[in-house]
Design a binder for this molecule. Structure first.
Ligand SMILES: C[S@@+](CC[C@H](N)C(=O)[O-])C[C@H]1O[C@@H](n2cnc3c(N)ncnc32)[C@H](O)[C@@H]1O
Length: 262
């Protein structure tokens, strides 16, 4: 398992990704839960939850929300943030999405910002899907945010991969794909190099990191979901908006499947 060093620095990670519309994403996730789930269970599990941006938003909305992440620094960060904000219905722990078990059941599991692409083999993906199904109620949903297929095939870029964010005297400069290697045609794994420069007052730090991503296309995703025997694909969206389905238009820039547990 290859873990990016930046995940050990939750503050810098959070600043780098603070441009996201987390409230809008949670509106979409919440409305899918209401529209597509056939269980009344409203407990939520965030898999690879990172700094807990969705966890905090859902907890503020009154949900009981749990999350795990493989990096202890991320887990500590979420615990601290929730304590500071008096969010009591949150539980966070260290865990690995390739293999996990949990006694409680959920109505919704989420996997955001292409974390799922760290599952590199078909075996890991199917094993993971079965593990998620085991903690969901029948009729519960698993919603995954994946890269748009056009990006996977190197046809065009749907996202800006260089950006800068600041908070107070901290400036974080990101070059997410400063070197992209060709996809291995056999394993469908791609190596990308990520560069993050942090200026904090007088101090400058530079992170140069290798990341391995599985290239996953929609037909293959549907086949893997069918192989798991645990879910049906209810819909696939192209962004966090109900009127934008996955297609080849520019409005569609993500691949967001809605899986329902059988
Ligand atoms: C791209 S970040 C996304 C974080 C968060 N979901 C968000 O939307 O901001 C990926 C996260 O997945 C975690 N991660 C990577 N591999 C993992 C694994 N095998 N099991 C659990 N978490 C993992 C990383 O530590 C990191 O926090």
């Amino acid at each position: 398992m290859h873990i990016l060093e930046i995940y050990k620095y939750p503050l810098y990670y959070e600043i780098a990704f603070q441009y996201r519309d987390i409230e809008g994403e949670c509106d979409f996730l919440e409305s899918q839960l209401e529209l597509q789930a056939t269980t009344s269970n409203r407990r939520i599990l965030d898999i690879g939850g990172g700094t807990g941006m969705h966890v905090v938003e859902f907890a503020r909305r009154g949900y009981e929300v749990h999350s795990f992440d493989i990096v202890p620094e991320m887990v500590d960060w979420v615990k601290k943030k929730c304590k500071q904000q008096g969010l009591e219905k949150v539980k966070v722990w260290i865990g690995d999405m390739t293999d996990f078990k949990q006694r409680l059941h959920y109505g919704l599991a989420i996997n955001m910002l292409t974390t799922f692409n760290y599952l590199l083999t078909n075996e890991d993906i199917i094993h993971h899907l079965k593990a998620v199904a085991d903690v969901l109620d029948k009729g519960g949903l698993y919603i995954i945010e994946l890269t748009h297929p056009r990006d996977c095939l190197g046809m065009e870029k749907s996202t800006l991969n260089q950006w800068l964010e600041r908070r107070g005297d901290i400036v974080v400069e990101v070059d997410w794909d400063y070197e992209v290697h060709p996809v291995d045609p056999i394993t469908q794994v791609q190596e990308r190099l990520v560069k993050i420069e942090v200026q904090e007052g007088e101090n400058r730090r530079s992170f140069k990191m290798k990341q391995l991503n599985r290239i996953l296309l929609p037909q293959e995703l549907k086949a893997l979901v069918a192989c798991s025997g645990a879910f049906e694909v209810v819909d696939i969206f192209g962004t966090f908006k109900e009127d934008i389905k996955l297609d080849s238009s520019r409005k569609s820039w993500r691949m967001i499947p809605i899986l329902r547990k059988l």
